[in-house]
Structures are given as C-alpha cells and as structure tokens.
Design a binder for this molecule. Structure first.
Ligand code: FDA
Length: 393
C-alpha cells in the first residue's frame, strides 16, 4: 500500500495548484490523472496562449446556485496573487481585452510553472492512472488504482467537468460525490456555440466566417462583444457568454447596431436617403454578405426607402436593435469550454472546499457548481479554490 497524506485526483489547473500548495506545508502529496499528459485543457486554452486570469475578476463573474459561495476563495487568493506568481516565473503576458491576461508565448509556460511549483514542494505527479475504487477507511481513504492501492488522509477531487470528452473529461467527480452522499446541481454545456434551426441555418451558413460587434442578451443578461456566424450556427465571445444564461427554448435578442437607435436611424433614412435602396443603407453598418443574409432571413424587399411604409420601417428598426433568434440548441460538451452545475456548494465549506459531512474529502475547480464567464475567470476559480483547499488538506 502506498501511503500519502494527500491524494489529488486530476492533474489539471486546480489539482496541480492545490497539490503544490499542500506540498509547501510539508504534506506528502501525489496527484493522479488518467490522461497521458497533465494540464491538457490549459495547453489548448486561449488558442494555445492560456487566458490565465482576469484583472477584473470578482464574484459577479460567476454562476452558481449559491452566488456567495465563491466569495471567500476568490478574496483569499486573488487574480493579483496569481499574476505575482506568473511574474515571479518571468512569464511574459499581456492584456488582450476586457482585463483578460494571456501568455505572450505559450500556455506551456503556465503548465511548466505549475509543474515547477509541484516539484519544489516534492509533489509526485502520476499520469495514466485509472481510479478503480475509492473507499473511506477509518483514518482517511483507500484509493484503488491501476498503479496500486493508495491510502491517504485527505482526498481532493479536481477531475473537472464534462466539456471536451476528447481531452479526457469524465463524470468521475460527480459519481464520487454521489457515492459519498453529496448532491449534484444539474449539469449542462456552457460557453458553447449555438446551433440553428434548418431555416435559419440555410441562410446564415452562407455567411460563415463573418463577425460583427453585437449586444447579445437572454434572460435579463447581455454581453457586448463579437458574434461570429459559423457553418453550424453562431459563435464568438458574445454568443459563448450568453450561452451560459440560455436555456432550451429561449429566444436570443441580438442588437446588431448597439451604438445606434435604429428607430432614429430609419427616421433619418426617410428624410436623407429616400431614394437609396435598403441594402445600401444597411451596408453602412454591415459587410455585404451579412446585409443580404439579413434581408433574406427577414424577407425585406430591396427597394428604395421611400417605398416602405412607416410600419415596415419600424419593424426593420426593431429587428436591427432586437433581432429575435431562437437557437435549435448548443454544440454540447463536444465544444463547450465549461460545464455549468456540478457538486452542490451547499454541502461544501466555502473556506476549505471540504465536504461538510465527509471529513477529509475536498472538491475544487470546475467539478464544483461554480462557473465563470468567458475571459480567464474559470482558471481563476481553479487557482482560488485549489489554493483554499491547499492550505488545509
Ligand atoms: P481540468 O479539466 O483542467 O482538469 C481535470 C483533470 O482531471 C484532467 O487532467 C483530467 O484528465 C483528469 N481526470 C478527469 N477524469 C479523471 C478520472 N476519472 N481519473 C483521473 N483523472 C481524471 N478557462 C479560462 O479561464 N481561460 C481560458 O482561456 C480557457 N480556455 C478554454 C479553452 C477550451 C477549449 C476549454 C475546453 C476550456 C477553456 N477554459 C478556459 C476552461 C478551463 O480550461 C477549465 O475551467 C479549467 O481547466 C478547469 O480546471 P480543473 O482543474 O477543474 O479541471
């Protein structure tokens, strides 16, 4: 039997960070992962440059059944703490937009930093290890694996969510939580592109690759960023953001000209652009392909402005400022960046991440029902929750 103080299951962002913190306290720690490589999501994140945190991260950027749960960890280990660590390692980085910090060179820098931290704290990291069974023992946990039987005092579950099964995502964390009597908030894919109904897709797939600055909203929340038409539907930052707030059957409202009041605009057209074709007026705002797709999808005739009735122009204005689009669904876990829902926070300590009724069992990172917006928030949750557990395991 292999004896450890702490076993961490999952060598991703949260698991490696927590392990290093625990190791610094002199705990004998081993991280076990079933994948061939550690930190695979870190490596592909941010287009290979890892958006490792956000300068403006605050509890308001997270979704959870209990929006207060993330406050303690986020305030005790902040984005500035992580930025200081990145600077200590001399990793060059930059702000891309909206406080989002990316590596200048490669996400590999972040993985190398986490592994260096683990090495300095004598943490053992073991990959290609299947977890076969976990049982409570009198003084801790027995963890039966394809590499042998372990015993530990503290067991940390950092196995992530369900997004991107190709990268090794499994429901392990939820199953283990259920085994120990914890409940799971329903999970669904988030930060994910939308698919469209056939009639919309037939027109909009034609403009795949076109991107436009919009304000996309749903269920009283909205985001002003780019929207990208794809050959399957809609993507881009504003769409990924709003997908976390969308529920099946909901309609999206998309303001296609967020800096203009479309009603004043069409009133102006009626005076100044009476002889102009509608497509000419619209092309002031949109690329040609998008203009013709919008005309087709809304069945607007391409005639001079003067030939439209005021009601027709008012309808056009409504569609420009509040285009109503009902997605067919999302692309699901295959392409989602994160999983909404997860281990219910009601049964975890927000200070330590330990299950309140199961001594020595901890849940950190994405497996917990805390989901960040797009923009480095999810990694910040991994660091903050990993740090919180790392101080006590
Ligand atoms: P993570 O998924 O990182 O790690 C879980 C680990 O557990 C994995 O190593 C896995 O192999 C292992 N595991 C799973 N099941 C197991 C089992 N049964 N046995 C043993 N091990 C098991 N966030 C952000 O803030 N900025 C960004 O730029 C991006 N970009 C991004 C791009 C893409 C394409 C994706 C899919 C996701 C992002 N994210 C992101 C989200 C971010 O990657 C995610 O929130 C964190 O990686 C979560 O960290 P965890 O450590 O909780 O899980």
């Amino acid at each position: 039997m292999i004896e450890r103080d702490v076993i961490v299951i999952g060598a991703g962002a949260a698991g490696l960070f927590c392990a290093a913190e625990a190791g610094k306290r002199g705990r004998r720690v081993e991280v076990l992962d079933n994948a061939k490589k550690v930190g695979r999501k870190i490596l592909i994140s941010g287009g290979g440059r890892c958006n490792f945190t956000n300068m403006y991260a605050s509890p308001a950027n997270f979704l959870s059944q209990n929006p207060h749960f993330c406050k303690s960890a986020l305030s005790r280990y902040t984005q500035w703490d992580f930025i200081a660590l990145v600077e200590k390692y001399g990793i060059p980085y930059h702000e891309k937009t909206l406080g989002q910090l990316f590596c200048d060179n490669s996400a590999k820098d972040i993985v190398a930093m986490l592994l260096a931290e683990c090495e300095q704290s004598n943490v053992v990291v073991t990959t290609r290890t299947e977890i076969l069974r976990v049982e409570k023992s009198g003084t801790g946990y027995h963890v039966e694996t394809s590499k042998g039987l372990y015993h530990c005092e503290s067991l940390v579950i950092a196995s992530g969510g369900l997004s991107m099964p190709k990268l090794g995502a499994t429901p392990f964390g939820y199953q283990l939580a259920t085994q120990f009597g914890l409940s799971i908030e329903p999970t669904r894919a988030a930060l994910v592109p939308f698919t469209l109904h056939d009639h919309d897709k037939a027109v909009l797939a034609e403009i795949s690759g076109v991107s436009v600055d919009v304000y996309a909203s749903c269920n009283d929340t909205g985001f002003r960023e780019q929207m990208l038409f794809t050959h399957r539907g809609l993507s881009g930052p504003s769409i990924l953001q709003i997908s976390s707030f969308w529920e099946p059957g909901n309609t999206l409202q998309i303001n296609l000209i967020p800096d203009s009041d479309a009603h004043s605009l069409v009133a102006e057209w009626r005076i100044k652009n009476r002889e102009s074709l509608l497509s000419t007026c619209l092309s002031e705002f949109f690329p040609k392909r998008l203009t013709s797709a919008l005309m087709q999808i809304n069945q607007w005739e391409n005639k001079p402005v003067k030939q439209y009735t005021s009601n027709e122009l008012a309808c056009i204005a409504d569609s420009l400022n509040e285009w109503q689009l009902k997605p067919n669904g999302t692309e699901g876990y295959r392409t989602a960046e994160v999983t909404l829902g997860g281990v219910s926070t009601g049964q975890l300590s927000s200070k330590t991440m330990m299950a309140k009724d199961v001594n020595g069992l901890y849940f950190i990172g994405e497996v917990v029902d805390v989901t960040g917006w797009l923009g480095g928030y999810n990694f910040q949750w991994a660091w903050s929750s990993g740090w919180a557990a790392g101080q006590v395991v």
